[in-house]
Design a protein around this ligand. Structure first.
Ligand SMILES: [Zn+2]
Length: 288
């Protein structure tokens, strides 16, 4: 039985990995995964749609997923009706409803079969649409308030917690699939890609160190590793921030692995975990 750890790293950029020769993120082989246009929003790959395609092998729109938040029908209609209203009024409304205890904007959840239903003994760690942590949801709240440093701090903390939890799960040894996710590079990239390249590099180096540490545990416990991203990051053109590129990233310790579309992942992973290892020679001899 083969076992796999998937490290979901939102916005991990292929060109950046190559340019800075970030070996821990390259594993044995690596490449780009093209993101099909039905997973776009505003002309670029959209995080909740791409991760849902990875996790289900299906078009997220067919599963009723269009946005990062699920909105009741009346909110959708209300927003359409007041499209000309300045955004801050809508934000004010959201806050007011929140204060009244009406949770209008709740995070989307995937309803339908995911990779975790298909692979027995699988563990999602902070996975979008499945079990994102409550700490994770403080990141957009901080950005909303303009508290960028605080948002980045929480993104680091979430990423560190996710890596620590992943290593613990690897050490437990009995999971066939462990799938973790963090968005540190997405947050830092969106905020600072152009204006503060040092902060971006720090976040990449931090990710490299965490992945390196994880790889040691995976090697010891016989886990293969796949690194995935939903899109990369590039200059947005405003002189400060980053925006999504139209391709994602994959890397793997499995020499015959490759990925050309997010929809392929679920089948490929099932193929890997269901493939029996060649029995070690010693075992064969014992039986004869
Ligand atoms: Zn993303």
């Amino acid at each position: 039985m083969r076992k796999v750890v998937i490290v979901g790293i939102d916005a991990l950029e292929y060109e950046y990995v190559v340019k800075h020769n970030l070996k821990p993120l390259m594993l044995s082989k690596y490449g780009v995964v093209s993101i099909p246009p039905e997973l776009y929003h505003d002309g670029v790959p959209y995080t909740p749609l791409v991760w849902t395609a990875y996790l289900t092998g299906r078009n997220p729109r067919d599963l009723g997923i269009h946005h990062i938040y699920e909105e009741p029908r009346w909110v959708v209609l209300l927003k359409k009706a007041i499209r000309i209203t300045p955004l801050r009024l809508i934000r004010g409304k959201k806050k007011l409803l929140k204060r009244l205890g009406i949770n209008v904007f709740k995070p989307y959840m995937i309803r339908g079969t995911t990779i975790f239903d298909v692979v027995k003994d699988s563990l999602p760690i902070n996975v979008p649409g499945v079990n994102l942590s409550s700490e994770f949801y403080m990141i957009p709240e901080m950005i909303d308030k303009g508290l960028f440093d605080e948002a980045v701090k929480i993104a680091y903390s979430v990423a560190d917690g996710v890596f620590a939890q992943t290593i613990r799960a690897v050490k437990a040894g009995h999971y066939r699939l462990i799938f973790s996710y963090n968005n540190l590079l997405d947050i830092v990239g969106h905020l600072y890609w152009v204006k503060r390249p040092k902060l971006v590099l720090n976040a990449y180096m931090h990710t490299c160190r965490r992945v390196s540490r994880l790889l040691v545990s995976c090697r010891r416990r016989g886990y293969d590793v796949i690194i995935l991203s939903d899109h990369g990051m590039t200059d947005s053109g405003d002189g400060v921030t980053g925006t999504h590129t139209k391709y994602g990233y994959w890397a793997s310790t499995i020499h015959d692995f490759s990925l050309s579309s997010p929809y392929e992942l679920i089948k490929k992973v099932v193929g890997i975990v269901e493939k029996e290892d060649n029995p070690p020679v010693g075992v064969l001899q014992e039986g004869t």
